[in-house]
Design a protein around this ligand. Sequence first.
Ligand code: FAD
Length: 503
Amino acid sequence: MTANAAADSSFELIVIGAGPAGMAAATTAADFGCSVCLLDEQPTAGGQIYRSLSRAGPTNRVNGDSGAWKNTAGKQAIEILGKAYFSGLPLIEKLSAANVHTVHGACVWHVGLNGEDGVVTYSRQQHASRISGRHIIIASGAMERPMPLPGWTLPGVLTAGAGQILLKTDGLATDNSVLIGTGPLLYYFATQLIRSGCKPKALIDTGNGVNRTAIRELLPVALHYYRPLLTGLSMLSQIKRAGVNCYSGASAIEILGDSRASGVRCHYTGGKQINIDCDFVFMHDGVIPNTHISRSLQLRHQWNSVHHYHEPAINDGAVSSQSNISIAGDGSGIIGAEASAQHGKLASLTALKSLGYDTEGQSKNRQRQINAVGRARQFQRFLARLYPPLITTEPVADNTIVCRCEQVTAAEIKRCVELGCTGPNQTKAYTRCGMGPCQGRYCGLTVANIIARESNLPAETIGTFRVRSPLKPVTIAELASLADTPPTHTQMTTATHTNDDSR
Ligand SMILES: Cc1cc2nc3c(=O)[nH]c(=O)nc-3n(C[C@H](O)[C@H](O)[C@H](O)COP(=O)(O)OP(=O)(O)OC[C@H]3O[C@@H](n4cnc5c(N)ncnc54)[C@H](O)[C@@H]3O)c2cc1C
């Protein structure tokens, strides 16, 4: 059931995010007769991986506009995006048939607590609404790790994820591009570009090829995931067969151009330099959990030294340090789409139990889900070792813009460290970095990494930006429209937030 606006304002369960985790959580709860509201800022369900899937359809043609971007109309969507994209259809169909109050286009910008209840405020079509729920599941997924390089703010530079969004939503692809970075999504996107008839000019991997130690240590777990491994090998062979120039061990990367990207220069294995002309650059440095909502609630988070990111601390049932708030899917630490759906179900069953539903009959499923999620986390550790992020191997060059919103460079952050800054919140006060429209979502991790490197301190001791609502930009009119919603006194949780330098 899809709602135009939330007619009811009170639910037993609120799920934020309609990706695999959120869809599975919401439909599992609905199966038990629980009143559940599912919110997502996208116009259709599917999350990142199955974005726009309900509009694409397996036999539809991908339509697109022309201009700099090539119209891929005439090709079957399945031909370009691959079968894996369409494997999300059953989840989406189940959701549309379920008794779930689903609000699409709902951008959540505040989550708080009112006594025992969670309170969620969101905007939709310039109107803000506030709803309450006895339990909240945050399934806000992942985002791409920022990859700050000289020139990365030039027009013509996109992340691989953004390029993939254009392909999924509008059937747009472009040739004369160079792909740089590392991680499975970079290779996946390269094959999608090839299949859309837009072969990239080059793929420049910042990694150094096969990490034999990772393979030896984690191969037994990885073999459980032989299907994605085989997919990976098939992607490599497609890229090779297409004749894409591939380089590895890239360092000192610069994106060239005055008013827009015109090329890439870097060194690659053996210290050799390359200079490639291109019109578009797609960057990717892996994915990290989107923790903006969980951090705004000051839930407990921990540093994951294998993945090099902060993740929320949750128990086996996906419950956070606040008993009526759970975190499922990639937002809890990267686990991939299949395990995210399992994790969503698991989070839902745990929440249902605490809401008083009889979930005894599900105990076998619950154990299966816990095991599946555990294996997925180990597989992701394997991938993290194979594809280490650039920030772990190379310092950010001084002239690189770190905070795109406030145009703060790496040199300015380094200067803050010289002046005695010990954490991201102090640099915010000195330079305004993290204070723009993205609220530090894209620069936070980079700022923390620069501080750690410059002050020679372990990354886990540096902390994160303190996140405050509104999490996304809201207009005065949207704030004023809240007067139409019954008043609810909201307050933030008081759970401890580790390593916060702002106190
Ligand atoms: C750009 C990108 C592209 C990806 N492409 C692929 C791919 O092609 N293949 C693959 O195997 N994996 C891909 N991944 C990884 C994949 O997305 C995940 O493993 C999987 O989708 C995780 O499922 P999830 O339900 O946890 O989160 P997601 O699928 O990420 O869903 C999270 C949902 O939460 C919503 N949301 C977040 N914040 C808010 C808010 N404040 N208000 C309202 N809604 C909110 C988002 O709109 C989104 O729909 C991609 C990841 C990214 C970041």
